[in-house]
Design a protein around this ligand. Structure first.
Ligand code: NAD
Ligand code: TYD
Length: 356
């Protein structure tokens, strides 16, 4: 049994689905079901007794303590977070609450639980903290990619809150001996990603005939990794990672945003040609830049490659094609998650930019 937090979100849901496909070990999935969490992503597990879903907050220490006592998981894999940079700019408080205080409460409960374990149960217990490359800050165009030794220089409220959580995890290992592992991953894409992030947002707006808002000059660079490859890397770190260490995970797929959007438009032109003819590229609009927009992220994943023998299985071309097809085949999932507060958010985020 393992305990996963945030398993109804994008990466967490992919992780839960892949885990139960790969092995028979049950999962307790604790998720608050914020706007970003959706049980529709886990619908295929509705009758699967190996998936125990609990709606709750990671900041609820009593709840975590009772779950650890009841289920005695051998590991905690911690995905739950507020995860969108633009939202962190509009409203940072929820990011501090969940990413910092929530992680703190989880660590405290895990620490007490671990202290009571003995023998084999103590030896195999793990707390795996899922984090981001954004904690390292922004890279100059010709600078080498982030290694695990790169200094922390977070620039957004989101990345600052994740950096704080990484530091707490590190401290709980050094001070209290909690057996922790931390992963810092680059930008993920794939099925079940909420359409506020670049790739699903562009697909969603393109097929709805809306403007495709590219921030600034579109030349900011991100290093893209297919979500299934991230989940495989996490499983590998959980199995083989050295306690107290951190592992960078990336796709060796650096792309400028404008090139990503062009590729998406070309795939959509092929997979869902516009009825009235023409290309989705005509919908691209350059809009006011994001404040403090990090110019470039790139991950040096040679450590996890050489020490744990992990490599991504998808290239950006193969992963993006699968992803576009998935969104076109799963319009009902998109309709489901974009009902309610979604419209309000996109209005706030994009109409405030006045250009779209
Ligand atoms: P997401 O926003 O899609 O999902 C987050 C999930 O956490 C949701 O299901 C939400 O309901 C849940 N949640 C939020 N607050 C909670 C709380 N207080 N208690 C319990 N559950 C709560 O995020 P994601 O993209 O799946 O990211 C998962 C993790 O991976 C995050 O920690 C993020 O920082 C990290 N990460 C993401 C990326 C990426 O590209 N998406 C890259 C690297 C690392
Ligand atoms: P995003 O998916 O929000 O991830 P992150 O900011 O965590 O890297 O954004 C990826 C890149 O795409 C980032 O440089 C901002 C840019 N972007 C746009 O140009 N337009 C958009 O509408 C969004 C959401 C992002």
């Amino acid at each position: 049994m393992i305990l996963v937090t945030g398993g109804a979100g994008f990466i967490g849901a992919n992780f839960v689905l892949d885990w139960l496909k790969e092995q028979n070990e049950p999962i307790v999935n604790l998720d608050k079901l914020t706007y970003a969490g959706n049980l529709a992503s886990l619908a295929v597990l509705a009758d699967d007794p190996r998936h125990i879903f609990i709606q709750g907050d990671i900041a609820d220490g009593e709840l975590i303590t009772s779950l650890l006592k009841q289920y005695q998981p051998r590991a905690i894999v911690h995905f739950a977070a507020e995860s969108h940079v633009d939202r962190s700019i509009h409203g940072p408080e929820a990011f501090l609450q969940t990413n910092i205080i929530g992680t703190f409460q989880l660590l405290q409960a895990a620490r007490q639980h671990y202290a009571a374990l003995t023998g084999d149960a103590a030896a195999r217990f793990r707390f795996l903290h899922v984090s981001t490359d954004e904690v390292y800050g922004s890279l100059a165009p010709d600078a080498p990619a982030f290694t695990e030794q790169h200094p922390y220089e977070p620039n957004s409220p989101y990345s600052a809150s994740k950096a704080a959580s990484d530091h707490l995890v590190r401290a709980w290992h050094h001070t209290y001996g909690l057996p922790v592992l931390t992963t810092n991953c680059s930008n993920n894409y794939g099925p079940f990603q909420f359409p506020e992030k670049l790739i699903p947002l562009m697909i969603h707006r393109a097929v709805n005939g809306e403007g495709l808002p590219v921030y600034g000059d579109g030349k900011n660079v991100r290093d893209w990794l297919y979500v299934g490859d991230h989940c495989a890397a996490i499983r590998r770190v959980l199995e083989k990672g050295i306690l107290g260490e951190t592992y960078n995970i990336g796709g060796r797929a650096e792309m400028r945003n404008i090139d990503v959007v062009h590729l998406l438009c070309d795939l959509l032109d092929e997979q869902k040609p516009k009825k009235q003819g023409g290309s989705y590229r005509e919908q691209i609009q350059f809009v006011t830049d994001r404040p403090g927009h990090d110019r470039r992220y790139a991950i040096d994943s040679s450590r996890i490659d050489s020490e744990l023998d992990w490599k991504p299985s998808q290239t950006f071309a193969t992963g993006l094609r699968k992803t576009v097809q998935w969104y076109l085949d799963n319009e009902s999932w998109v309709d489901n998650v974009t009902s309610g507060a979604y419209r309000q958010w996109t209005k706030l985020n994009y109409q405030a930019r006045k250009d779209v």
